[in-house]
Ligand binder design. Structure first.
Ligand SMILES: O=C(O)CCC(=O)C(=O)O
Ligand SMILES: [Fe+2]
Length: 315
């Protein structure tokens, strides 16, 4: 059993000259950029909890075997191909972008109820892992966030709490690469140590994207969902880093079978995708079964950010 939390590995010499997030070039010097620390495969509960507290994430290489995850990839690329999102002249497994965006998580056409996908994300392996990690029976949100990102800019920089904080905050995201994701394909990007910036981020973290000020003039617009704060923390990863500190961390390559688990208050976004392929991944959420849960994300067809879920408050 390992005791110490491993240090993130330093960047190898193979780092490209330029990596961008939201069109902004990152400072790739060792003080500003690095790779995620891999969680040792034999880590016990105490060391997993310690790494989660210290680093704000667990990077679980080979959490599943590749074949199991490849079957999920095939199910999703088959759907994308039949919906016309993939170039028909290339094998669908390559997920070559056909020119039309697939859509953001809430409007994504991929099948939420795909049994192969649900077995991966909510099956025995994952639920047993969280049961042990949380110290009691675990449950998951029913909604699955699909990321099907073609060429272009990555995800806005945010913390997950502002989208899903109406239940327990002892809640974890698992980001799952559904394919090998080298740097150019635009994988997840975390800001090191940002889960310890509660004071600096207090105003941001106390917000909820579906809550509006009912005493403001445009309250009706927010209540009807015609206006919406999208939860973005920053549009500029370099400026945010200058104010919060920490290195931007990613993996030189996320691989089929990996899982990246992180806290609700960890700042993240993604690298831009500079290839002609679609980056495929999902993210899902886990908590103690006995803890309160955010009603937006549970049920056969979770309501999500619909108008029924809007809440007014005096501010
Ligand atoms: O995959 C992405 O680009 C964003 C994922 C994300 O925000 C998350 O896993 O919470
Ligand atoms: Fe997120």
């Amino acid at each position: 059993m390992t005791s110490a939390t491993p240090r993130p590995a330093s960047p190898p010499s193979a780092l490209p000259d330029r990596l961008c997030s939201l069109g902004v070039p990152l400072d790739l010097s060792p003080a500003k950029f690095g790779f995620l620390a891999e969680t040792p495969a034999d880590a016990d509960r105490a060391s997993l909890r310690r790494q989660m507290d210290d680093a704000g994430y667990l990077f679980l290489r080979n959490f599943w075997n590749r074949e199991k995850v490849q079957a999920v990839r095939e199910s999703l690329t088959r759907q994308l191909a039949s919906l016309g999102f993939l170039r028909p002249d290339a094998p669908s497994d390559e997920a070559r972008f056909a020119g039309r965006d697939v859509g953001r998580a809430m409007g994504n056409p991929l099948d939420q109820h795909d049994p192969v996908l649900r077995e991966l994300l909510f099956g025995e392996r994952m639920m047993a892992f969280f049961g042990d990690f949380l110290g009691g029976p675990a449950r998951h949100f029913d909604f699955i966030w699909f990321r099907t990102k073609g060429p272009g800019t990555g995800s806005p920089i945010h913390c997950d709490l502002v989208y899903m904080g109406r239940g327990t905050h002892e809640l974890y995201t698992v980001w799952v690469p559904l394919g090998d994701i080298p740097l150019a394909l635009g994988g997840l990007l975390l800001l090191e140590g940002s889960h310890r910036k509660a004071a600096e981020l207090q105003a941001y973290l106390s917000r909820d994207v579906d809550t509006y000020c009912e005493n403001h003039e445009d309250a009706a617009e927010f209540a009807a969902g015609r206006k919406w704060w999208d939860g973005t923390l920053s549009k500029n990863p370099a400026a945010l880093q200058a104010s919060l500190g920490g290195r931007w961390l990613t993996a030189e390559e996320f691989r089929l079978g990996d899982a990246l688990c992180f806290k609700m208050t960890l700042v993240h976004g993604s690298l831009d995708n500079t290839t002609d392929r679609i980056r495929l991944s999902t993210d899902t959420r886990y908590q103690l079964a006995t803890a309160p849960i955010d009603e937006r994300w549970v049920g056969e067809n979770p309501p999500g950010h619909t108008t029924a879920m809007k809440r007014g408050r005096v501010c």
